[in-house]
Design a protein around this ligand. Structure first.
Ligand code: NAD
Length: 438
């Protein structure tokens, strides 16, 4: 199959590289000249484990190419995947579809022969109809089908998720398009990946429903964690006790500083808006969004509390800045709101992230001292906080840390430490939802 992928970001690059690895001929297009230059000269503009090697081997095999010229990618393609961003629209929280619609218009001018145009970007229900209308308006003669094929990969584990997905959802009722999409994903039939064929609108909504449900699960356990703290219970055991029930499942039951990242916050917000527009408001997800927004800043207050209630002039060491480990993605990371809350209260901040420093510098306020490793970060600090559970923070030399700090206070927003060990090492310990630790 000849495939064009429009948008060479986290999803587009992983999609393009994996399709090429399946044996397809893939052309990735992006409007960002720096990204394309970097890719053409052997670089990879994002951090995703295994991606650089996968791109390199498929470029070497001549199956994966990069360009800014959309026509070059689209003209010969059997399928064109739209993988551009759909961020929150400033002001109202709807999904901003500007990039998707621009690509639809650009594709229209270039279509030749039968082509399946696939929205891989996360787009609100009904977007495929508009993409189809825009293409038809520009090119009444074109032979094409617009299908939906939302992406469920997780950053940090994206290649494994793409190659061994829990399911593939394909939204089109057109038999020709189903045939093309089956061919595109045929290598995964061997892995027995379940393929769910449905209509376009159902497929579009499935993606939002899945993300909103996961966000709800996280928010639910976070509220239970708050109750555990007040009631003297342990949220990790509560989560384990819940998660062993197959009807519930253990994933996404880790209490922490609130969900962030490039998807959950914006997708929850967009689903809320869609629900309101259709007169079917999602009251549960509205509550989820509110609770989660307040939680991130509340984590700042938790750190201040742990430091004795007044942080002015004191120094906080933050370990981990990205929204989760194994990515450099800083979009809507809890560290942003935490940093802001601490600065508002007059704290000095030192910070370190194994991979996300470059992105962090762009979004975290001035005045933060960025350090080169965890130990440099804690030097002279009054309190150290694990914000993101990167592996390097899971087994710090606590004796060394205590020796470097001004006062031994550890706040563990990811519950990665055994409180007893930390207390034994001479620290005061504050976790999330571990109410029994005194
Ligand atoms: P991203 O911001 O990393 O990448 C988007 C890319 O599109 C950028 O490189 C940008 O330059 C490019 N672009 C914008 N306009 C273009 C145009 N007209 N022509 C060509 N390229 C253009 O975004 P992402 O994280 O890859 O997300 C893409 C979509 O996938 C979003 O809808 C997102 O919700 C969805 N998604 C993301 C993830 C994830 O983990 N990141 C997972 C599942 C789904």
């Amino acid at each position: 199959m000849k495939i064009a992928v429009i948008g060479a970001g986290y999803v587009g690059l992983v999609t393009g590289a994996c399709f090429a690895d399946f044996g397809h001929e893939v052309r990735c297009i992006d409007t960002d000249p720096r990204k394309i230059e970097s890719l053409r000269s052997g670089g990879v503009p994002i951090y995703e484990p295994g991606l650089a090697e996968l791109i390199a081997s498929n470029v070497a095999a001549d199956r994966l190419k990069f360009d800014m010229d959309l026509g070059w990618g689209v003209r010969d393609a059997d399928a064109v995947f739209i993988a551009v961003g759909t961020p929150s629209r400033r002001g109202d929280g709807h999904a901003d579809l500007t990039y998707v619609y621009q690509v639809a218009k650009d594709i229209a001018a270039e279509l030749q022969g039968y082509t399946v145009v696939v929205t891989k970007s996360t787009v609100p229900v009904g977007t495929g109809d508009e993409v189809e209308r825009l293409i038809r308006e520009t090119r009444p003669d074109a032979d094409f089908t617009v299908a939906s094929n939302p992406e469920f990969l997780r950053e940090g584990a994206a290649i494994g998720d793409f190659k061994r997905p829990d399911r593939i959802v394909i939204g089109t009722t057109d038999p020709r398009a189903r045939e093309v999409m089956s061919e595109v994903y045929r290598p995964l039939f061997l892995n027995q990946a379940p393929i769910l064929f449905t209509d376009r609108r159902t497929s579009e909504l499935t993606k939002y429903a899945a993300n909103a449900f996961l966000a709800t699960k996280i928010t639910f356990i976070n509220e239970i964690a708050d109750l555990c703290e007040e009631a003297g219970a342990n949220v990790q055991d509560v989560a384990r006790g819940m998660g062993l029930d197959n009807r519930i499942g253990s994933k996404f039951l880790h209490a922490g500083p609130g969900f962030g990242g490039s998807c959950f916050p914006k997708d929850v917000s967009a689903l809320i808006k869609t629900g309101q527009d259709y007169g079917a408001p999602g009251r549960i997800i509205e509550a989820v969004a509110n609770v989660n927004d307040q939680r991130k800043r509340a984590m700042g207050r938790k750190i201040i509390q742990a430091a004795g209630g007044d942080i002015r002039g004191k120094t906080v060491a933050l370990l981990g800045l990205t929204f989760k480990p194994n990515t450099d993605d800083m979009r809507d990371a809890p560290s942003i709101a935490i940093t802001r809350a601490l600065k508002d209260a007059g704290a000095n901040i030192r910070a370190f992230d194994p991979v996300g420093m470059e992105q962090a510098r762009k979004v975290i306020e001035d005045g933060v001292v960025f350090c080169k490793d965890p130990y440099e970060t804690v030097a002279g600090a009054d309190v150290v906080t694990v914000v993101t559970e990167w592996d390097v923070f899971r087994a710090l030399d606590l004796t060394k840390v205590r020796g470097l700090m001004k006062s031994p206070i550890l706040v563990d927003l990811r519950n990665v430490y055994n409180p007893t060990d930390v207390i034994k090492a001479g620290f005061t310990y504050t976790g999330v939802g571990r109410g029994q630790v005194k």
